[in-house]
Design a protein around this ligand. Structure first.
Ligand code: DMJ
Length: 674
């Protein structure tokens, strides 16, 4: 410190400080050193007194200045401290809310993160890539559900919802201009437009936040996808107005039907709403799940149906949204279904009372259906992975192991029934890829993919079965020479094919995409053409439930014949599902065009103006398709979802190297090594 009374020592060597000399008597070492308190106090006071007024003022000012600085920096440190403390409290709270993550299995997949459920917010669809040819295949990467990215979410959501509102208004205007036809007292809209709306918007955010996609630009949603959104909202309107919280809508009588009494349509539709970007509808449905979905009910449910629709729907919605509510509900229903496996053979019973915890076969038999007991594996295995409780996976794996070594197969083809006491196939000698056996084949391949392509027995059984199909069930029709999959009954071939079999081209294509024989893809291409013809050759452009193919050319006959008992259409998804896979893997636009035709025909013949779509009894009568007054839950869970995905050019909108669809179109993650 420098003072006016101090003199710098002249001629002394350069020093890095200034010395202040206050007077001879105070100099250390001069006049003796006295360190008593009184001396020090007196000495300081004397020194203070000796300072000039200016010097005193400068010193006081400096003290005051330092004091003010001290106060300010204390206050700001306090804020920082407070926020650090709060943040750590928040972190603790979040961890308490998701104890599931702690319980979860040592992850095969990175554990999903919880969405911001407190805000009732719509968690993130990650950004999407600019459109690219859908046939471009990309190597699989690890799936990782990530936390929402707020900036992009707001933008895309806003755009999407605005477009949906625009669509709504355009729809209202259009409706007033349309005439209406009526059949059997029911009214449906003719030509209900699936024509492109003029409004163009950005594609809804993709909810599945996959790591590598974080930086992507949103892919514009196209007009056909908008038409699917419009169709979904129309179906949802009917459900909401007349069947809210019930299993199925009866759109003509404006009422509902109950199967399990568990809001089947609502649960089946959850992930479709997510994928379509229907935020409001999703939030409303979520509330119902949170407040009204109760499984503690004295009700018999079918094990297979409730697994693929309810358990599958809840698990996929959990994965897409990251909202732990859905996992909690999935655990609840999963546990309640477990009594089905308490049988002498471990082959599960078909029915479970989820309130009482009892299970039983149908009244007339102790058999279960083969497709049913072998198409619940994707869901239960995933439930084990998420909960860390292996009992679910163990139960369903045991069924597969048992069926793997069971005799009674014919070149990999399985009979349709299996006995829950003996564990043996029954009704031997009848082989089909349709009802009661279909998804056995589908789940062989899909389990193999889900588990990271390591479970060789599954692959072996799948490959054998496809060889069995080729050997016993494939034939060509006349006049168009369409390749179709018939049935074999005690050595006799029947040219009958269920619409259900149309899952097969998609499954074959998925196998080929995963490295299986290239001729599977060839077969897929010929079979999807056949499935399309099952629509195109029919008067309404909609497929019947079952067709019979002509094996011999007859004048004036098409390839496809329909029996009166088979001419209904239940709004089933299988052909659209396969079209989706075919487009994803080939990029051939004809598959989109075929799907577009089908959507228009659904709109023409099954749409009910007051809301909803209905199954019909007669696909051969365009002027009276005979509505059945029922909208199956899979129309929202599967058919419209696959339509939307079919029309998308974004291979990352449910990337098939990361997700595997269960047989009800609920996407579940493919497990990859951690
Ligand atoms: C759905 O419940 C599932 O796709 C099942 O595998 C077969 N039946 C219906 C759809 O047709």
């Amino acid at each position: 410190m420098y003072s006016g009374g101090a003199a710098a020592a002249a001629g002394s060597p350069r020093r890095d400080f200034i010395s202040v000399t206050l007077g001879p008597e105070e100099a250390v070492g001069v006049g003796g050193y006295n360190n008593s308190k009184a001396w020090r106090r007196r000495s300081c006071w004397r020194k203070w007194k000796q300072l000039s007024r200016l010097q005193r003022s400068v010193i006081l000012f400096l003290f005051a200045f330092l004091a003010v600085c001290g106060v300010i920096s204390y206050a700001s440190m306090g804020e920082t401290w407070k926020s650090i403390t709060n943040k750590s409290l928040d972190d603790q709270r979040t961890e308490q809310e998701i104890p599931r993550l702690k319980l979860a299995n040592p992850a095969v997949l990175p554990a999903p993160q919880k969405a911001d459920a407190n805000q009732g917010d719509y968690p993130e669809l990650s950004l999407q890539k600019p459109p690219k040819p859908p046939h471009v295949r990309r190597g699989p990467s690890n799936l990782q559900i990530k936390a929402p990215r707020r900036d992009t979410r707001l933008k895309t959501r806003h755009d999407t919802m605005r477009a949906v509102v625009e669509l709504d208004e355009a729809d209202k205007v259009e409706k007033t201009e349309k005439s209406i036809i009526s059949w059997r007292g029911a009214v449906i809209e003719p030509d209900q437009s699936t024509e492109p709306s003029s409004s163009k918007i950005m594609e809804p955010e993709k909810p599945s936040s996959v790591e590598a996609e974080d930086q992507k630009e949103p892919v514009p949603i196209n007009e056909r996808q908008l038409a699917v959104i419009e169709a979904f909202r129309h179906a949802w309107k009917g459900y909401k107005d007349f069947a809210w919280g019930h299993d199925e809508l009866k759109p003509l009588s404006k009422s509902y039907s109950e199967w399990f009494g568990l809001g089947l349509t609502l649960i089946d539709a959850l992930d479709t709403m997510w994928i379509l970007g229907l935020k409001e509808e999703f939030e409303e449905a979520r509330k119902w799940v949170a407040n009204d979905l109760v499984f503690d009910k004295n009700v018999d449910v079918n094990l297979f149906e409730s697994t693929i629709r309810i358990l599958g729907g809840l698990l996929s919605t959990y994965h897409l949204s990251g909202d732990s509510l859905f996992l909690e509900k999935a655990k609840d229903i999963g546990n309640r279904l477990m009594p089905a496996f308490k049988t002498p053979s471990k082959i599960p019973y078909s029915d479970v009372n989820i309130g009482r915890g009892t299970a039983h076969p149908p009244r007339w038999t102790s058999d279960s259906t083969v497709a049913e007991v072998t198409s619940i594996q994707l869901e239960f295995r995933e439930l084990s992975r998420l909960t860390g409780d292996e009992k679910f996976q163990k139960a369903v794996d045991e069924v597969m192991k048992h069926v793997h070594i069971l005799s009674g197969k014919n070149d990999g083809l399985v009979p349709m029934f299996i006995n829950t006491n003996s564990g043996q196939f029954t009704h031997l000698g009848v082989y089909t890829l349709g009802a009661r056996a279909d998804s056995y084949y589908e789940y062989l391949l899909k389990q193999w993919i889900q588990g990271g392509k390591k479970e060789n027995e599954l692959l072996e059984d799948y490959m054998k079965a496809i060889e069995g199909v080729k050997k016993h069930l494939l034939q060509r029709s006349e006049p168009k020479k369409l390749t179709f999959v018939g049935e074999l009954a005690h050595g006799h071939f029947s040219a009958k094919m269920d619409h259900l079999v149309c899952f097969l081209p998609g499954t074959l294509a998925l196998g080929a995409h995963n490295g299986l024989a290239a001729d599977h893809m060839k077969l897929a291409e010929t079979l999807i053409e056949t499935c399309y013809q099952m629509y195109a050759q029919v008067e309404t452009g909609l497929s019947p439930e079952i067709v019979h193919f002509n094996l011999h050319a007859q004048k004036g006959h098409k390839d496809v014949e329909i029996k009166p008992a088979d001419r209904h259409n239940l709004l089933r998804p299988e052909t659209v599902e396969s079209l989706f896979y075919m487009y994803r893997f080939t990029g051939d636009k004809k598959y989109q065009d075929w799907g577009w035709e089908i959507l228009q025909n659904f709109n023409r013949y099954t749409r009910v103006p007051t809301g909803g779509y209905t199954s019909i009894n007669n696909v051969q009568n365009p002027s009276n398709p005979e509505p059945r007054d029922k909208m199956e839950s899979f129309f929202l869970g599967e058919t419209l979802k696959y339509m939307f995905l079919l029309f998308s050019d974004d291979i990352d909108l449910i990337n098939l190297d990361k997700y595997i669809f269960n047989t009800e179109a609920h996407p579940l993650p493919i497990w990859v090594p951690a």
